[in-house]
Design a protein around this ligand. Structure first.
Ligand SMILES: Cc1cc2nc3c(=O)[nH]c(=O)nc-3n(C[C@H](O)[C@H](O)[C@H](O)COP(=O)(O)OP(=O)(O)OC[C@H]3O[C@@H](n4cnc5c(N)ncnc54)[C@H](O)[C@@H]3O)c2cc1C
Length: 607
């Protein structure tokens, strides 16, 4: 039986609505048909593979063990960049490729989600460093120009110390001799993944979150699908596929182990911690990038905040919720304070988040020097592995993985077309932006609110305005998280596949890291807003709130621990996911799947 394919098309009308009913429908479809491609992992790479395959006309399924983007892809520095530091390694090809992607994302694929950001590279030596870094940034600009469209990113320029201090008065005068100003781009990484997923689903991909692959279906040596568990119910699902693409990032080893350790990809896992501090703590009109003791220091503008990152250390603890220790936080503060006139303290830190880099491992390099290039491997028939790379180049990773799939399928599929496929919300975005004052008038919202919505939802913004028109109270800000409208909470659950509070506070919005109380003051209101679309009763709502509180408390406590091991042990006391549905609750979630009752192993280290 062929899988059901939703209408295909591009643009605003076709962004799939991921509501609570779409998940059981997708699970039924996944259990009921053989797909040409099944993607394991809903990070940026897996979501990119699903979109690439769907837009080549292949039938596609995707399963994600947690929330879409909950792995590394919501925990990055949020930069779309060529990677200045690869120039030091003379890796011009890698830089040029990434800059070409930057240009595409800014101009064609996601102008609503990716935007230019100015940076300063402070100089600390007089002559040689200016020449050295200046040459590097000139090459950066030239490589970007050589691609043809930089979408208005200005070139770099050299600044004297006085000029640098005018741009960034926060810098310590004695710490710099001048600076180089240049431009890069940034993205809301979690929202980008979600938008990719919705776009792929709009082209017919069947996608389901909280479905964890636990084993592979085999016919002799050939992989013919996966054995997965619906973590919401414990029910087992067998999903048949002609080709399974593993895009599980730092979990790649676990999938490789399922083919008897016949892995071809050797990954190392490196932890990267970021801090969030309020904008007024660092007086600067540009981001700052500098060399740090063991890594690169970024101070990146982010809405009303700065993101300060990042550490780069080996990590052997939980991959699900990697923990930042007190040592990580102190390290970042001390590195920033080498440059800042008014030192930051721990009290300035309102948010902390931690991600794990999936690095292709060499034998003896330190993690920060490992390659960010990606690999695609085919260890056994029916299984394609894709890993490595970086956020910026996800589309190329996806293209290469689907090329391998198509080759193995022996199917005449067209080449990748994702360089011409705008994501949901991109088509019509510029026109709506230009009409933002009119939208403000007609909706009764302030134009600043409309701009906020446009930068998050692009041309899907009218869907949120329709919610407000139907229920004007949804046009009010969330109490305790007033950057966001109440409508956004509802929309997260009714259109964006959010199933738990962490999905809403941590990825559809960033309330979890943008408020000093991790969203506690807003929690009850958000829970009551999402309860209706998610059909939670009072008991369920209380469980969700209690679970979120416990997770936030464990995270806070882990950040007081002095070692990785202690921080990890504390964070691990709260499992990842609420097993939300009692048996026989009438949700209909169990339809069309085999068996059930997989005990334990929910979230946590069960990867
Ligand atoms: C600190 C840090 C900063 C970074 N900064 C940048 C940056 O500024 N710019 C840039 O370009 N790149 C950056 N990167 C790199 C970039 O974030 C990653 O390369 C990219 O997000 C990896 O995406 P992924 O899809 O491979 O992995 P992930 O996002 O981790 O996705 C893998 C998914 O697979 C799921 N999964 C695992 N096991 C299973 C299973 N058994 N069944 C189903 N699903 C499963 C996981 O839940 C996860 O969601 C950074 C990385 C880190 C750690």
């Amino acid at each position: 039986m062929e899988p059901s394919v939703r209408p295909v098309g591009a643009g605003v009308a076709d962004a799939a609505r991921l509501d609570p009913d779409s998940r059981p429908a997708a699970l039924d479809a996944l259990a009921g048909a053989e797909f040409q491609v099944l993607v394991v992992g809903g990070g940026v790479v897996g979501a990119g593979v699903a979109l690439d395959a769907a837009t080549r006309g292949l039938s596609v399924g995707l399963v994600e063990a947690r929330d879409f983007g909950a792995g590394t892809s919501s925990r990055s520095s949020k930069l779309i960049h060529g990677g200045l530091r690869y120039l030091e390694q003379f890796n011009f090809g890698l830089v040029r490729e990434a800059l070409a992607e930057r240009s595409l994302l800014l101009g064609v694929i996601a102008p609503h989600l990716v935007r230019p950001v100015p940076f300063l590279f402070p100089l600390t030596h007089r002559l040689w460093e200016r020449a050295y870094v200046g040459t590097g940034v000139s090459v950066y600009d030239a490589l970007s120009l050589s691609f043809g469209h930089t979408r208005g990113l200005p070139g770099h320029h050299q600044l004297s110390r006085r000029a640098a201090l005018r741009v960034a008065p926060a810098l310590k005068r004695s710490a710099i001799t001048g600076a180089i100003a240049y431009w890069d781009a940034q993205v809301d990484d979690a929202r980008y993944v979600l938008t990719l997923i919705r776009t792929a689903a709009g082209y017919g991909a069947q996608v389901a979150s909280r479905v964890q692959v636990r084993g592979l279906l085999r016919e002799g040596e050939r992989v013919t699908g996966v054995r997965a568990v619906d973590l919401e119910t414990g029910g087992e699902i067998g999903i048949r596929a002609q080709q399974v693409v593993n895009a599980t990032g730092v979990w790649t080893d676990e999938i490789q182990a399922m083919v008897g350790g016949r892995g071809m990809i050797n990954l190392r896992v490196a932890k990267g911690v970021h801090l969030v501090v309020p904008k007024d703590r660092v007086h600067s009109s540009a981001g700052i990038i500098a060399r740090a003791a063991d890594s690169v220091l970024f101070i990146i503008p982010w809405e009303r905040y700065w993101i300060i990152g990042t550490t780069d250390t080996d990590w052997a603890g939980s991959k699900t919720e990697p923990a930042a220790s007190r040592a990580d936080i102190d390290y970042l503060i001390s590195q920033a304070n080498r440059l800042l006139k008014t030192p930051l303290t721990r009290e300035d830190v309102i948010g902390v988040y931690t991600g794990l880099r999936p690095l292709l491992a060499g034998e003896s390099e330190s993690t920060s020097r490992l390659s960010r290039e990606h690999v695609v491997a085919h260890p056994v028939p029916g299984l394609v592995l894709v890993a490595g790379g970086k956020y910026t180049t996800y589309r190329l990773m996806a293209r290469d993985a689907v090329d391998a799939v198509v080759h193995a399928l022996d199917w005449r599929a067209p080449p990748s077309c994702t360089d011409r496929v705008p994501l949901a919300g991109a088509d019509g975005y510029v026109a709506l932006w230009n009409a933002r004052h009119r939208l403000a008038l007609s909706s009764g919202l302030h134009v600043a609110r409309i701009e906020h919505l446009l930068r998050r939802y692009g041309s899907l913004t009218p869907e949120l305005l329709a919610l407000v028109a139907a229920e004007p109270g949804l046009g009010r800000p969330v109490t305790g998280a007033d950057d966001y409208l109440r409508a956004e909470m509802v929309y997260a659950a009714s259109h964006e596949g959010a199933r738990h509070l962490d999905d809403v506070l941590g990825r559809r919005t960033h309330i979890a890291i943008e408020t000093a109380d991790r969203g506690m003051a807003a929690l009850a209101e958000i829970a009551s807003l999402v309860a209706r679309p998610l059909r939670w009763d009072g008991r369920q709502t209380a469980r969700e709130v209690a679970h979120y509180r416990a997770g936030a408390a464990a995270e806070r406590a882990s950040q007081e621990a002095s070692t990785d091991a202690d921080a990890d042990a504390i964070r691990e006391t709260v499992p990842d996911i609420v097993p939300v549905l009692d048996a026989g609750d009438g949700s209909g979630n169990g339809a069309g799947r085999m068996g059930g009752g997989v005990a334990g192993g929910v979230g946590g280290r069960s990867h």
